[in-house]
Design a protein around this ligand. Structure first.
Ligand code: NDP
Length: 254
């Protein structure tokens, strides 16, 4: 019987894989047999995640600020040196915005968030594509966007704009590189309990106004993203490209 979840022999990169949603996806990939490289800045979290993932499969963390072209190139070179190839890359690293009235937002604030959420995806995708082009099997790219990328986000407009940008990047890459067996897709999380949302997670007001409107009636968890990562990295999705996968407990249709 075909096992589309078996990633043995595959090498997956997860940017921001040392925490939150990225770590949830990295766990799923490692548990499915992939060798996993995680790229992140925080040395302590990198070491912790590497140790945890190593219990399931081969895993290595690389110190990398995805907004920095040279650091991305070094992390990819290190990944290839360690594992010999790369088959998938999930551009998950991202930061939230400082909320406030749009008309008062400093343009530097916009540039700061875009440097990670957009430049980081561009640089990571470019580095992976260069590797994918060397192999007939191509590879799989995944951008972690957000519901804010399609709905927009009042008082957090710059964040929504960066997440919309990565959807257009993903679709363009899917169109340009499909002929090389390179596919690109996006995952759009809803409200997920991570460090990014810690201010809202304990809030009763937030529960009453927002989480009660999630049909599955709870915050999402990092582990809710594991299977989607495995599907998009693996052979089951080899004819799936240019698509957006919303994982939000049904929030966006209610
Ligand atoms: P976390 O804050 O838990 O994790 C963010 C991860 O990104 C960390 O591993 C962090 O590692 C890494 N990261 C941040 N900046 C950089 C950088 N410059 N270079 C490399 N790595 C970086 O947040 P989430 O897990 O919630 O977020 C993951 C993704 O999901 C983000 O893109 C976010 O926008 C998106 N998302 C989250 C939602 C939610 O409700 N939580 C909803 C919709 C989308 P380190 O600091 O060590 O670099």
């Amino acid at each position: 019987m075909a096992d589309f979840n078996d990633l043995t022999g595959q090498v997956a990169v997860v940017t921001g894989g040392n925490n939150g949603i990225g770590l949830g996806m990295a766990r799923g990939l490692a548990q499915s047999g992939a060798s996993v490289a995680i790229w992140g800045r925080n040395a302590e979290r990198n070491a912790q995640a590497e140790a945890e993932l190593s219990e399931f499969s081969k895993a290595k963390a690389f110190a990398c600020d995805v907004a920095d072209r040279d650091q991305v190139a070094e992390a990819m070179a290190g990944t290839i040196e360690e594992f010999g190839r790369v088959d998938s890359l999930i551009a998950n690293a991202g930061i939230g915005g400082k909320k406030g009235p749009f008309h008062e937002m400093e343009i530097q604030e916009f540039h700061g968030i875009a440097s990670v959420n957009v430049d980081g995806v561009v640089l990571s995708f470019q580095a992976a594509i260069k590797e994918f082009l060397k192999q007939e099997s191509g590879g799989s790219l995944v951008a972690v966007s957000s519901l804010a990328g399609i709905e927009g986000a009042g008082t957090n407009i710059h964040y929504g704009a960066t997440k919309g940008a990565v959807l257009a990047i993903m679709r363009g890459v899917a169109a340009e590189y499909g002929r090389y067996n390179i596919r690109a897709n996006a995952i759009l999380p809803g409200w997920i309990d991570t460090d990014m949302t810690e201010g809202a997670v304990g809030s009763e007001v937030f529960w009453e106004k927002v989480i009660k409107r999630v049909p599955i009636r709870r915050w999402g968890k990092p582990e809710d993203f594991a299977a989607a990562a495995v599907y998009l990295a693996g052979p089951g999705s080899k004819y799936t490209s240019g698509q957006q996968f919303v994982i939000d407990g049904g929030y966006s249709i209610f």
